[in-house]
Design a binder for this molecule. Structure first.
Ligand SMILES: [Zn+2]
Length: 493
């Protein structure tokens, strides 16, 4: 719809009219249980369900393997079991069924009651190299009472998945309704109903529970029984202004998924499985790669999102089209390493190519970066003397070689963060930031967000201060509690 007037015209035309259901489509959709966990899929799930970092999940899985011997080896790339494990499946199901109160009792009984275990998507010797998928161990008991909270949650994911793979498909009914008003205005509604929970029952789902998508036709919803040709009274009608959204920022979960397929968008689980040998990193190294990017300052955590920093952007800009920026390069390397393991490529040839690539890259970048000066951002006139403010190594100031300016400076470094150009520009233009700036570190090491303001001290110098109630009252390092207060209820602190 092009304009608000157009929308308003439709709104007033439809008000208090009666519409007719002109289209009613129902379709059944079946959903197979997901595959067993390898490390990456476990990390993705723990990230989307609990917000765990990849490293945190690996640590919990490692404790569950090493200290509690409740889960099998976690640093695995396989989502399948080998045939020799089949005799252990029912005993493991029996063990977890008596573990953790009665949380897994019903699902465990279902598996124990099967005459024939559905093993088609569970057992595949060809897809197990060093280690099989992560499953509960066959032990005397699993000491859940000794688990930390993280351990318990990761254990719970693995146990439920282990039981779910032997359950039947979940069945949904999708409904699409079109209601026409005044024979020209068509309103679309979509609904979804879970008919048979199947494997989703293992997760305690009984009615419709899958995450709904929020698109132009609204959230999927449960609908009453409807018939084609039925009349529908227009109770409420309104227009809404929406913008098409850019793709969401990566969370650790979605970044792990992108690493697995070297940046290619592959949703289908079986296809992802086949691409595994050419991803970025291995299950064991992916968490460390993300932590490293954060450590060197290319990426920052912002809530669950991972956000590129100015520094990260500059590195990519300087590298241009260089192969180092291509996810495919790392994918190729991993692929060759896998081939060496299988004997179809040689270590000597690979190392030779790496040495050549490295020296080519160094000499190429040496030439390309010779004399390159990172363009200094210009930030507008100095609020004190009116000279142009430029970016220097440590700050933003009106100093230049030709003219020392008035001494006004915004230092980049503030509470563990380097203030980006965008923040300095806003401070210079308006004296404060409209929104809280994230990524500051308190004394406890915990990160926090706060608004900033330029304030003039008694000595006449301008400084960047936190523009929050707790800062004005003289509090120093904000605690997590005042962090919440700072961003949501400024008056409460
Ligand atoms: Zn100045």
């Amino acid at each position: 719809m092009a304009s608000a007037q157009e929308a308003e015209a439709i709104v007033s035309a439809c008000r208090s009219q009666t519409g007719t259901i002109t289209k009613l489509e129902k379709s059944e959709r079946k959903e197979r249980p997901p595959l067993l966990y390898d490390l990456t899929s476990l990390q993705r799930d723990a990230n989307s369900r609990f917000g765990f970092s990849a490293r945190r999940t690996l640590a919990a899985a490692q404790r569950l393997y090493e200290e509690h011997t409740a889960l099998t080896y976690p640093r695995t790339n396989s989502r399948f079991l080998t045939g020799d494990l089949v005799p252990q499946i029912k005993p493991i199901a029996r063990l977890v069924g008596s573990t953790n109160g009665s949380a897994y009792g019903r699902a465990s009984e279902y598996v124990l009651g099967l005459d024939v275990l559905p093993l088609g998507r569970v057992v595949n010797d060809a897809r197990v190299t060093d280690h099989h998928a992560i499953i509960p161990t066959l032990a005397e008991r699993h000491p859940v009472d000794k688990f930390s909270d993280d351990d318990r949650r990761v254990y719970d994911l693995v146990v439920r998945r282990f039981l779910a793979v032997f359950h039947p498909e979940a069945v949904f009914e999708n409904t699409r309704v079109e209601t026409t008003v005044l024979s020209e205005h068509v309103f679309r509604t979509r609904g979804k109903l879970m008919l048979v929970p199947g494997w989703r029952g293992v997760y305690g789902e009984s009615a419709d529970g899958e995450a709904a998508s929020d698109d132009d036709e609204g959230r999927e919803q449960q609908l009453p029984r409807l018939d084609q040709g039925e009349d529908a009274l227009v109770r409420e009608v309104g227009s809404e202004e929406k913008e098409t959204k850019p793709p969401r920022r990566y969370s650790e979960g979605s970044l792990l998924a992108a690493m697995e397929t070297a940046g290619k968008l592959v949703e289908e689980e079986e296809l992802r499985e086949a691409m595994k040998d050419s991803g970025i990193g291995t299950p064991a190294t992916r968490a460390a790669i993300i932590e490293r990017l954060i450590q060197v300052g290319y990426v920052e955590r912002e809530g669950r999102a991972l956000v590129v920093t100015e520094k990260g952007l500059n590195v990519i800009k300087l590298l241009g089209e260089h192969a180092l920026t291509s996810p495919g390069l790392t994918g190729d390397w991993e692929h060759r390493l896998a081939n060496i393991e299988k004997g179809s490529d040689s270590r000597k040839a690979f190392m030779g190519d790496i040495v050549k690539f490295t020296s080519d890259t160094v000499s190429e970048l040496d030439t390309r970066l010779k004399g390159v000066r990172i363009p200094r951002a210009r930030l507008g006139p100095c609020p004190v003397c009116g000279h142009e403010i430029v970016e220097n190594r440590k700050g933003y100031s009106c100093w230049s070689r030709e003219d020392p300016g008035c001494g006004f400076v915004i230092w980049k470094s503030k509470a563990g963060k380097s203030l980006p150009v965008s923040v300095a520009r806003e401070l210079i233009r308006t004296g404060r930031t409209e929104k809280p700036v994230s990524g500051f570190k308190g004394r406890s090491g915990r990160s926090f967000r706060a608004r900033l303001a330029l304030e003039q001290a008694d000595d006449g110098k301008w400084r960047v201060e936190f523009d929050e109630p707790w800062a004005r009252e003289g509090a120093r390092a904000p605690s997590p509690a005042s962090e919440a207060a700072a961003t949501e209820e400024p008056a409460a602190a």
